[in-house]
Design a protein around this ligand. Structure first.
Ligand SMILES: Nc1ncnc2c1ncn2[C@@H]1O[C@H](COP(=O)(O)OP(=O)(O)OP(=O)(O)O)[C@@H](O)[C@H]1O
Length: 595
């Protein structure tokens, strides 16, 4: 409840920031609406009674009150609903932006990779409308409840026997709550199905996977699967709606029976002369309006409940973001000792086994460390742990003997550079594709050109129709570079920090960045790259290279052989060759193959 209230306060503040004047007018109109039904009922009572008693002033007053109430209900009602839509739309935009910003600011990656986490923040987008209308639904519900209380008071004024009519709100309220819960459960269960549906459709329309899908002719099968997921989600929701409607229908039936009873009571009062005709007219008006009032209360409460469904997800995201992005010490100016792993164990969220087991390593400052091993041995995972994208499940990583978890992640990240196996193909202007490697210099042509030159990518850029101003990506009506050309641009991006004169990197990670090149080109490029980051290496930067090419690997100062997530061998090339283990065997195998 506390979380719900805090979220309501936050959304209200966001709405007020969006347009304070519109919000104030909306509040005033909603408050005014609370008295409309009571005023209409009273005006009818007075109109009939004053007419019967020939009291002109009373008749005029009753007509004026009725006209004002009707005018407010008809005219202001429209303005009120339009204002609400306008404010909710603006608030929704702000809230979505806030969620987007928070999701992208989390320095680790699990929340965008692990399905249950993805579903949690996706629900915030799915329910953003009800979240944005939360203050107005609460206000509407409060006004409708107030109006209901006044109506019941007026009914009791005529005859206390009419009061039980109000009790019928209870089954209606319970049925509504049940229907809301059923719908929420169905929607929660459907989030995963809808995510699958989206991803399966993406496989058919995104240029990269679509090639293979077309070649294999598997588009229809994927589409069928996506449709099945969508249908399963839709069926769940329809069933939940139908069940909810059955509960609500039963409650309304009960109400109808009671309303009929109330009308009999009124008829009896009139027949006995125990009430005036005006009061009887008022009772009939109020009793019939009671249904629409209850309806408004229930509708508003449903919207509030719908917003309530994401309260937990909203605070989960905030707490998760705070926990992952906790402040820490700034990264050291330069490495003197190096980076060490102490009994590091890692398991991907939701997985049932560890990927790294008790890995202990020391990567000395200023050294080049190659990580080798079979597919799935855990090389990329190790690199990601070093960058702080993932945190060890247990054990610690230290940077110059200070725990990595104690460092400010952003400060550590700004002192890292490198390229990953699945490097990003940023379909932007060529200058931006390279320039974002150091955001401060994204418009600095001289630095960008220097990075391009250093990555040996000048030929790639020269081949583009507008050089650095060329739009990349066929989906953006631009040029689509080849895989090798993308890789060169990614390398240039990774050199931006080095050439821009920013503080040199503390670690350079190269996770198979040259897999698309032939072994000789990889060897040359790696040597070239190492020459470019030499200044950083002299200041203690550790270079971590993942490669399957042993001609490149042998140049490293230290070679780590991973097997099934464990360090199987460790040492320099000569040392490992002399040991005659798995490394030596693989090296000889590759040497023979390339001879
Ligand atoms: N995001 C992920 N979620 C769950 N499991 C993962 C994830 N990424 C990798 N794994 C699993 O972790 C294990 C190690 O993967 P990793 O990518 O570290 O291997 P690798 O040694 O780099 O392999 P390769 O040489 O093929 O690149 C594999 O079994 C893989 O299935």
């Amino acid at each position: 409840m506390r979380d719900w209230y805090r979220l309501l306060r936050h959304v209200t503040r966001t709405a007020l920031r969006a347009d304070r004047r519109a919000a104030t007018i909306l509040c005033a109109l909603t408050a005014g609406q609370a008295g409309v039904i009571a005023a209409l009922g009273l005006s009818q009572r007075w109109l009939v009674d004053h007419t019967a008693n020939r009291q002109l002033a009373g008749v005029v007053g009753a007509v004026a009150l009725g006209a004002a109430a009707f005018g407010l209900s008809a005219g202001a009602g429209r303005i009120q609903s339009n204002l609400m839509i306008y404010l909710a739309n603006r608030t929704k935009g702000d809230l979505n932006e806030e969620t987007q910003r928070r999701v992208s600011s989390i320095p680790t990656i699990t929340h965008v990779e692990h399905g249950p986490y993805v579903d949690r923040w996706n629900r915030l987008f799915q329910n953003s409308w009800s979240l944005a209308s939360m203050p107005w639904s609460v206000l509407n519900a409060t006004a409708a409840l107030l109006s209901l209380a006044v109506t019941i008071g007026l009914l009791a004024w005529v005859s206390p026997a009419l009061c039980p009519l109000a009790l019928l709100a209870v089954p209606l309220f319970l049925a509504n709550r049940r229907a809301d819960r059923l719908l929420r459960e169905a929607r929660d269960a459907a989030t995963q199905l809808l995510r699958h549906e989206r991803r399966l459709h993406e496989l058919c329309v995104e240029p990269e996977p679509a090639k293979e899908v077309m070649l294999a002719g598997s588009g229809e099968m994927l589409n069928r699967r996506a449709t099945a997921s969508w249908e399963a989600a839709a069926t769940r929701e329809t069933h939940a709606r139908l069940r909810g409607a059955a509960y609500q229908g039963a409650a309304w039936l009960l109400y109808t029976v009671a309303l009929a009873g109330a009308l009999v009571v009124v008829a009896d009062l009139i027949a006995d002369g125990r009430t005036t005709v005006g009061a009887a007219v008022m009772v009939i008006t109020l009793a019939t309006q009671l249904q629409s009032q209850l309806h408004t209360v229930l509708e508003s409460l449903s919207t509030v409940a719908q917003a309530g469904q994401v309260v937990e997800n909203y605070w989960w995201l905030r707490r998760y973001a705070d926990q992952e992005d906790r402040p820490g010490d700034p990264a050291p100016a330069a490495l003197t000792g190096g980076i060490s792993l102490h009994d590091v164990r890692f398991r991907y969220p939701g997985a049932d086994h560890d990927v790294l087991h008790d890995v202990s390593l020391h990567l000395p400052a200023g050294s080049t460390v190659a990580v080798v091993g079979a597919n799935g041995a855990g090389k990329s995972t190790l690199v990601k742990l070093l960058t702080g994208i993932y945190r060890p499940t247990s054990g610690t990583i230290t940077v110059d003997q200070r725990p990595l978890t104690g460092l400010d992640v952003t400060s550590w990240r700004t002192r890292l550079t490198g390229v990953f196996q699945d490097f990003a193909r940023l379909r932007l202007l060529t200058s931006e594709t390279v320039g974002v490697g150091s955001v401060r210099h994204v418009r600095d042509r001289r630095t960008i050109r220097a990075a391009v030159d250093r990555a040996d990518a000048a030929e790639v850029v020269a081949g583009l129709p507008d050089g650095l101003d060329t739009q990349l990506g066929a989906t953006f009506d631009g040029v689509e570079p080849s895989l090798g050309q993308w890789q060169r641009l990614a390398l240039a991006r990774s050199l931006m920090r080095e050439v821009s004169g920013d503080r040199p990197p503390l670690a350079v990670v190269l996770d198979e960045p040259t897999a698309a090149l032939d072994p000789i080109a990889e060897h040359e490029l790696f040597q070239h790259f190492m020459a470019q980051v030499r200044a950083a290496t002299r200041q203690g930067a550790v270079t971590v290279l993942v490669s399957h090419r042993f001609t490149t690997v042998r140049m490293a100062d230290l070679i780590v052989v991973l097997a099934d997530g464990r360090v199987a061998e460790l040492g320099g090339h000569a040392e490992l060759m002399a040991a005659g283990g798995g490394y030596a065997e693989l090296y000889r195998l590759q040497e023979r193959a390339y001879r």
